[in-house]
Write a protein that binds this ligand. Structure first.
Ligand SMILES: [Zn+2]
Length: 463
C-alpha cells in the first residue's frame, strides 16, 4: 500500500492563522526567486563534464554525511552503505541493496531537515508522490535511475531547472581549477565560480603541510619558505582564483583566534611549520596570523573573507583540550579587528557552531564593526529550528542588514533547492511574526523578504 507523499504548501509556517496568512503571502513573493549559492561544496566536475549521475544511491546516500551518520548511529556499518574505507577494504557496492537498507530505515529521519530535503527532492525533482518505505524502495530506485538516464537530469539541466543564478564551489590553492576552466571554455551559460580555501597551506597541522607548501612554491614560482615569498604565493593564487570567478575565501580553522606578529616571528613560525617542529600553540598562532594576512589581502583584492571556526574540533583532541569547547570570538578576533575591523571595503563573514555566542558575541561584533557580517546558521543548525533561533538571537543587535542571506554549504546537489526553500519559509515566518507583533510594518516585511532570500547574499558576496 503506497502512503502518499505530500509537500504541504504551508509547511514550516506558523500555526496561528493571522501569521500564517502573512507568511504565505510573503513567501509567494520569494519562492520563485533565483538561487544564489555563495558557499558550498558541489563538485565542479559535474558541471564541467555534464555526465549523468550514476544511480540513486551514489547520488543521494553515499556522498551525504547527514544520511550515513544517522544510519551509522543506529548500528548500520558504513561498509554496507558503500562508504569507501580508508584502508581500501571491500565495501558493499550494490546500489540497489544500499538503497533498500536506507529505505527500510527512512523513519529514522523523522523530524530532521534531511527528511525535509529528501522528500522535497523526491517530489519536485523526480515527481514521486508516495512516501519512501521498505515497500516502495524498488519503485523509488527504478524511477530515480530511469530519470537519471534522461538528458533532463544531467547536472547542467538540473542546475538550470533549479534556477541557480550562481553557485560557488570551494577549492584548495593547490587545485589547478581545470574543471572551472572547462566550464568557462564550454560556452555554457551556468555561472559556477570557485572560492579560495587555503587550509592545506595555512594550517601547519593539515595532513602533508610541508609537501603542500613545496607544491605551492612550485605552482607559483615563489620561494615559499621565505615569509615574503609565501605571502606572494597566496597573492598569486588568489588572483588566479579571481580569474575563475572567485569572489570569496573560506577559512576552516579550529578556533577564531587571530594574531598580529612581527615579520621575524612570522618567519620563525613558518620555518617551524615547514620543518614539522611546530608546537600546537605555535600552529594556532600561525593560523591566526594567516587570518590577519588574508584580511589584509582581501582589503587589496576585494575577496570576501569567510571564517568557519570549530569545524576541525572533533578531529583534533589536542586543540579541543587546549582551547576548550567555546570559541571566544571577541578576544580571538581582536588582533584582526584592531587592524581591519573598521574597514568599510572589507567583508568578513563569521560563522559559528556555538549558538550561545550569537547574542553575546557575534551579533554585537557584526552590529558594530563595518567589516563584520554574520553568516547564516551552519552545519547542524541548517534546520528550521536553527534558523528560527538564529533570527531570534541576532536580529535585536545586528539587524537584518548585517547578515548575508543563506548558504546551502552542501555537496548534496539535489538538496539545494530544498535548503533554500526552507530558509525562505523560515525567514517569511519570522518576518510575519514581527509584523503581527507590530515591530515592523507589512510594507517593510515585503521589502525584506526578497533581500533575505536573494539580495543580501548577492550583495555581500559581490555576486
Ligand atoms: Zn563549507
Amino acid at each position: 500500500m503506497a502512503i502518499p507523499l505530500n509537500l504541504h504548501p504551508d509547511r514550516l509556517f506558523p500555526a496561528d492563522t493571522a501569521t500564517r496568512d502573512l507568511a504565505r503571502r510573503l513567501y509567494a513573493t520569494v519562492s520563485a526567486l533565483p538561487i544564489v549559492s555563495p558557499h558550498g561544496h558541489t563538485d565542479p566536475q559535474w558541471f564541467a563534464d555534464n555526465a549523468p549521475f550514476a544511480d540513486a544511491s551514489a547520488l543521494l546516500i553515499t556522498p551525504d554525511h547527514y544520511v550515513f551518520r544517522m544510519l551509522y548511529s543506529q548500528g548500520m556499518p558504513l561498509e554496507e552503505l558503500g562508504i569507501p574505507r580508508r584502508d581500501g577494504a571491500a565495501t558493499d557496492g550494490d546500489a540497489r541493496k544500499i538503497w533498500h537498507a536506507f529505505a527500510a530505515r527512512y523513519h529514522l529521519f523523522r523530524g530532521t531537515p534531511t527528511r525535509i530535503w529528501l522528500d522535497h527532492a523526491f517530489n519536485t525533482v523526480f515527481g514521486i508522490d508516495e512516501r519512501l518505505t521498505a515497500e516502495s524502495a524498488d519503485r523509488y530506485f527504478d524511477r530515480i535511475n530511469a530519470c537519471l538516464a534522461e538528458p533532463a537530469f544531467r547536472p547542467r539541466a538540473l542546475f538550470e531547472r533549479f534556477n541557480i543564478e550562481v553557485i560557488a564551489t570551494t577549492e584548495s590553492p593547490l587545485d589547478p581549477l581545470l574543471h572551472h576552466q572547462k566550464i568557462r571554455a564550454s560556452g555554457w551559460k551556468g555561472r559556477v565560480v570557485t572560492a579560495y580555501r587555503p587550509d592545506p597551506v595555512v594550517d601547519p597541522e593539515f595532513e602533508g603541510f610541508a609537501g603542500n607548501v613545496a607544491q605551492f612554491a612550485a605552482l607559483t614560482g615563489e620561494n615559499a619558505s621565505m615569509w615574503s615569498g609565501y605571502l606572494a604565493a597566496h597573492r598569486k593564487r588568489r588572483a588566479y582564483f579571481k580569474t575563475l570567478g572567485a569572489t570569496s575565501t573560506d577559512h576552516g580553522h579550529p578556533t577564531a583566534r587571530t594574531s598580529d606578529c612581527s615579520t621575524s616571528e612570522c618567519q620563525r613560525l613558518l620555518d617551524r611549520a615547514v620543518s614539522g617542529a611546530i608546537t600546537a600553540d605555535e600552529a594556532e598562532t600561525f593560523r591566526g596570523q594567516m587570518l590577519t594576512e588574508m584580511a589584509k589581502m582581501s582589503l587589496d583584492d576585494g575577496l570576501v573573507m569567510q571564517i568557519h571556526p570549530g569545524s576541525f574540533r572533533n578531529h583534533n583532541p589536542r586543540v579541543f583540550r587546549e582551547y576548550g569547547r567555546r570559541t571566544d570570538y571577541v578576544r580571538a578576533l581582536k588582533p584582526l579587528l584592531d587592524r581591519f575591523g573598521n574597514e568599510r571595503d572589507l567583508t568578513i563573514v563569521l560563522f559559528t557552531l556555538d549558538e550561545t555566542v550569537y547574542s553575546r558575541e557575534l551579533a554585537p561584533l557584526a552590529g558594530h564593526y563595518p567589516a563584520v557580517k554574520l553568516g547564516p546558521p551552519w552545519w547542524f543548525y541548517d534546520s528550521p529550528e536553527g534558523m528560527q533561533r538564529y533570527r531570534e538571537q541576532v536580529t535585536e543587535t545586528a539587524g537584518f542588514y548585517n547578515t548575508v542571506g543563506f548558504n546551502d554549504d552542501t555537496r548534496a546537489f539535489l538538496s539545494i533547492p530544498a535548503r533554500h526553500d526552507v530558509a525562505r519559509r523560515m525567514d517569511c515566518r519570522f518576518l510575519a511574526t514581527l509584523v503581527v507583533e507590530h515591530k515592523i510594518g507589512e510594507d517593510e516585511a515585503f521589502e525584506l523578504a526578497p533581500l533575505l532570500a536573494h539580495g543580501l547574499a548577492k550583495a555581500a558576496y559581490k555576486l
